[in-house]
Design a binder for this molecule. Structure first.
Ligand SMILES: *Cc1c(COP(=O)(O)O)cnc(C)c1O
Length: 393
């Protein structure tokens, strides 16, 4: 049976998969089962931040699993402690980490910390979590409810109580009350359509919440790991949140979710846990990925790549102004607003044919999340293919 038939028969059909099978990759270049090459402007949705088949990450992982892969969190795990140190130091915040296995799980951890903090915080029980419309926080029952998209709340109820949606940043203040446990936001909405929040509004919100002792949770599952120029987008925005969640890009393809917080004393032994979280395999990947990204940042290469990518994206945008209305994003989390949804679908289909992988976000945004290690040559080739893709539209 071919792979597509096997998938249809034995895998639950929850994804609209493109009929292509990649068999190998090198940095930002993927090769499919027919031997055709593609430039990957997606990093597997922001995951493969240091490129496909990164030799340093692979040899670190192979060396580690040659010794030990998993013991459980009942014992010391050296790579977990080192990964926590690496992540905290890269952020510059005074925080400590909990390790899970996905973005949704990291957000679950963040919500648990905020709710327990709320219970300890005086007489009134604080349980309300305010999130934004068009946000995306995950697929578990709780994080799907935290997600401000009504269409995602169609089934699966009853949901946990206490989630409230603000129409935009300006509406948050009016929703704060004595029961508010936390506000949770993405600084740049990813799935919602590459929507950066206004810097001044973010800073004002952070300040307001501090004055009210309400923790700010920043969901950096997509923005974290130097995607926007600094290790966290919170640093780019110049704020100090109480809780930050990370996942996608910090494991380089190995499943990991991290919640980091300055509220280090809230959770006690037994309050939270994970069987796989922070095991030898995933923590070793995090250590290696963060080390590589730190070097990329310190050498100035990250900045140079981001500048070049954005310059080429701008050129592509300028030469196709009949298709696009705006260039958006920060660092290497970018998008182009497409004039309508049908045009976006055509671009997506043609891009695959021309050998370049791109993403869709929201209703009308063409999204770019290239590996942070992408080379100039790969960027040039990707935009060349993309120009071919849009030529006939
Ligand atoms: C992808 C994403 C999640 C969910 O992460 P999973 O690893 O799929 O659970 C949560 N929040 C944001 C902002 C994301 O981009």
């Amino acid at each position: 049976m071919n792979i597509q038939a096997l998938d249809k028969k034995y895998v639950l059909q929850t994804y609209g998969r493109g009929n292509v099978e990649f068999v190998s990759g090198k940095n930002a270049t993927l090769t499919d089962s027919e031997g055709k090459n593609y430039i990957d402007f997606t990093s597997g949705i922001g995951v493969v931040s240091v490129g496909h088949a990164n030799k340093r990450v692979n040899s670190a992982i192979c060396e580690q699993i040659g010794n030990i892969t998993h013991t459980s969190n009942l014992y010391n795990i050296a790579p977990q402690a080192k990964a926590a140190e690496a992540v905290v130091k890269a952020s510059g915040y005074d925080m400590a980490c909990f390790f899970g296995n996905s973005g949704a799980e990291a957000n679950e951890g963040a919500i648990k910390i905020a709710r327990k903090h709320g219970e300890r915080d005086g007489e009134i029980k604080r349980y309300k979590i305010i999130t934004l419309q068009h946000s995306f926080h995950g697929r578990t029952i709780t994080t799907v409810k935290a997600t401000g998209q009504e269409a995602m709340h169609n089934y699966f109820g009853p949901f946990p109580d206490g989630f409230v949606y603000a129409d935009d940043m300006d509406a948050i203040e009016g929703l704060l009350d004595d029961h508010t446990a936390a506000v949770m936001i993405e600084l740049i909405q990813g799935e919602g359509g590459v929507e950066p929040q206004d810097r001044a509004k973010v800073q004002a919100l952070a300040k307001l919440l501090k004055s009210k002792h309400i923790p700010l949770i920043v969901d950096e599952v997509q923005t974290g790991g130097y995607r926007t120029g600094e290790f966290t987008a919170s640093q780019v925005y110049g704020i100090i949140p109480e809780i930050i969640t990370l996942a996608k890009g910090v494991g380089g393809g190995v499943p990991v979710g991290i919640v980091m917080t300055s509220l280090k004393e809230v959770l006690s032994v037994g309050d939270h846990g994970s069987t796989f979280g922070g095991n030898y395999l995933s923590s070793t990947a995090v250590c290696s990925v963060v080390e590589i990204l730190n070097e990329l940042k310190e050498s100035g290469e990250l900045e140079a790549t981001s500048t070049y990518f954005n310059q080429e994206l701008e050129k592509f945008y300028r030469s196709n102004e009949k298709l696009f209305t705006q260039k958006v994003g920060i660092g290497m989390m970018c998008g182009l607003r497409v004039k309508d949804a049908d045009t976006l679908t055509s671009i997506m289909n043609n891009a695959k044919e021309s050998g370049v992988m791109v993403l869709k976000a929201g209703r009308n945004t063409l999204r770019f999340l290239p590996p942070l290690t992408i080379t100039k040559e790969e960027i040039d080739e990707g935009f060349k293919s993309l120009s071919t893709a849009v030529a006939s539209i």
